[in-house]
Design a protein around this ligand. Structure first.
Ligand SMILES: [Zn+2]
Length: 299
């Protein structure tokens, strides 16, 4: 390589993609399911997050042991969610499983889960006694709910539990920007993450006008996400965050920073310094973190 080419390459590589070094991103949709656990040990997962510039991640898995293993490997980076599925088959029946509230209650006593999800819920499924119990449990403990659902079901959840703290997965799945805007206006304790919405938010890599306007109108309500539901999706983590860093550059810096990581930090608190908490392994007791969190996020 000629010296000139090397210099040009160095300049190109040093071009300031948004927050490439200043503000690492937060990924609000990581799963570490059984198949991923077979493919990648916790340290390998953390290496993939490193190469994507992802500082911290919201993690859930089927079964929950994957989440606990990853959290034990890096408690300062992993924000664990309790999944209401013990097996993949639970996905289609969990909302009417009478044994679920006791299971959730028991698991939450471990004191390290920050919320419940990601779960899938549609229509009348949101009106079962089991879901009513889930909403009560979340309110009592100040837990976040990571819900893969549509706008109408979201309204039903808020009707049953006003003030519920809900993170809408995939920004309402297929919801358009106007629908998301209406829900963010209507529900003050709703946040949304943008996993799998790249092609809507930034087709061809450039921000769509309606989504840009929405980010500026509600800068404090959006988070980034990938969704690693299967082994092949780990390749998407780096791509997702690279793309996001590009369209974040089109936003005012404070809005970009909020979406890249600051909103997640407000929701979950700053990363704990290494050694700031002893252990972190499954089963350690102590006050539920959700209760602490509720104080610092009192809306
Ligand atoms: Zn989902």
């Amino acid at each position: 390589m000629s010296p000139l080419l090397a210099l040009l390459l160095a300049i190109v590589l040093a071009a300031p993609l948004y927050a490439a070094e200043r503000a690492p991103t937060f990924d609000a949709h990581i799963h570490y399911n059984a198949d991923s656990r077979e493919a990648y040990a916790p340290q390998a997962v953390l290496a993939r997050l490193d190469e994507a510039g992802v500082a911290r991640a919201l993690v859930s898995s089927t079964p929950n042991e994957g989440t606990l293993a990853l959290h034990a490997a890096a408690p300062e980076r992993i924000v664990p969610l309790l999944r209401p599925y013990r097996t993949d088959a639970d996905r289609g029946r969990w909302y009417r499983d009478e044994s679920l509230p006791a299971f959730l209650d028991d698991q939450l006593r471990r004191g390290q889960y920050r919320g419940i999800g990601e779960f899938h819920l549609y229509g009348d499924q949101a009106r079962t006694p089991v879901i009513a119990r889930l909403l009560d449990l979340a309110r009592t403990r100040g837990l976040l709910l990571h819900a893969h659902t549509d706008a109408a079901t979201l309204d039903a959840l808020y009707a049953r539990s006003p003030g519920a703290r809900i993170l809408g997965a995939h920004a309402g799945v297929g919801a358009d920007a106007a629908t998301v805007a209406t829900r963010l206006d209507r529900h003050r304790t709703l946040w949304v993450e943008l996993s799998l919405r790249d092609d809507d938010v930034a087709p061809d890599g450039r921000l769509a006008r309606d989504w840009r306007a929405l980010f500026v109108r509600h800068p404090d309500r959006f988070l980034l996400g990938t969704d690693t539901w299967a082994v092949h999706r780990w390749d998407a983590v780096r791509v997702t965050h690279e793309r996001a860093r590009r369209w974040l550059e089109e936003l005012p810096p404070e809005v970009a920073e909020a979406i890249a990581h600051a909103n997640a930090e407000r929701l979950f608190g700053p990363a704990r310094a290494a050694g700031g908490r002893s252990g972190g392994a499954a089963g350690d007791g102590g006050a539920p973190e959700g209760n602490r969190e509720r104080k610092e996020f009192g809306t």
